[in-house]
Design a protein around this ligand. Sequence first.
Ligand code: CP
Length: 321
Amino acid sequence: MTETDQEKLTWTHKHLLGLKDLTRREIEFLLDTARGFEEISTRSIKKAPTLRGKVVVNLFFEDSTRTRTSFTLAANRLSADVVEFTKKSSSVSKGETLIDTARNLEAMGIDIVVIRHNAGGAAKLLSRHINACIINAGDGYNEHPTQALLDVYTIRQVRGSLEGLKIGIVGDIAHSRVARSNIWAMTKLGAEVTLIGPPTLMPAKVNELPVRVSYSLDAVIQELDVINMLRIQFERLGGNPFPSVREYSHFFGLTVERVARAKPDLVVMHPGPINRGVEIESEVADGANSVILRQVANGLAVRMAVLFLVSQGVAEQSKER
Ligand code: CP
């Protein structure tokens, strides 16, 4: 995208529900906007007045370390007021619905809702029932758009571009919203994505996704430029998708020995939280090829950009009316 094209592109989305429906240009615009926000985190006073007077609610129905903290910090750095909502200490325990909860919060004058929920489609549902901007921070197995945005942001930072890169996503694809958002973001930016794992952890209708599938990590490890190791989501597993954790690690774990057979500049990623010794050995997670903590750091600039752009999207939609 040239600078002139970039100037012409105006962000018009009031919500960020997923990446499936965004264009390549929109994703690139978002990543370029995030680059502009990186500098704020290097200041001695890490603040900009961009969202002064706005109220952001973190509406989390599932636990989170990275996403929640990162959205809180991002909103704080842009001078928004932040309200933290957790399911455990709320009236959801008394039977209040998601929509009633959100409507009550909206009655107090909120502008942006960042929602994580165990039901796929929860963010979209909310966008139809309240007027605030909605940002999806992970909904069931569906999407986790800001995770994928920080992933592709990190790959661009390390490799310059995703065009032509061979990227492997390994593990529990079936239960992974990260994998779904990764697939959309990475393929739209020109990468070739291979899903790697046992057949029991592949999603239904995998043949309808723009990906290759491999049931052997050893068969493809040598051709990969980037590898994204997913956590086995033990809390979502039904039945026994593999005989034992030990056997899973034997065939699909990223070990020092496997990295030694890969390209020397293989980029090793993980969205966190890590099950050390299951999907990745500690020496690899903490090793020279790993960009795992860089991913976390980049999440801040990406989430600042998302908060800023959805609030701009509201302004653009008002102009059109
Ligand atoms: N990657 C990710 O979503 O981590 P958290 O569950 O800690 O937010």
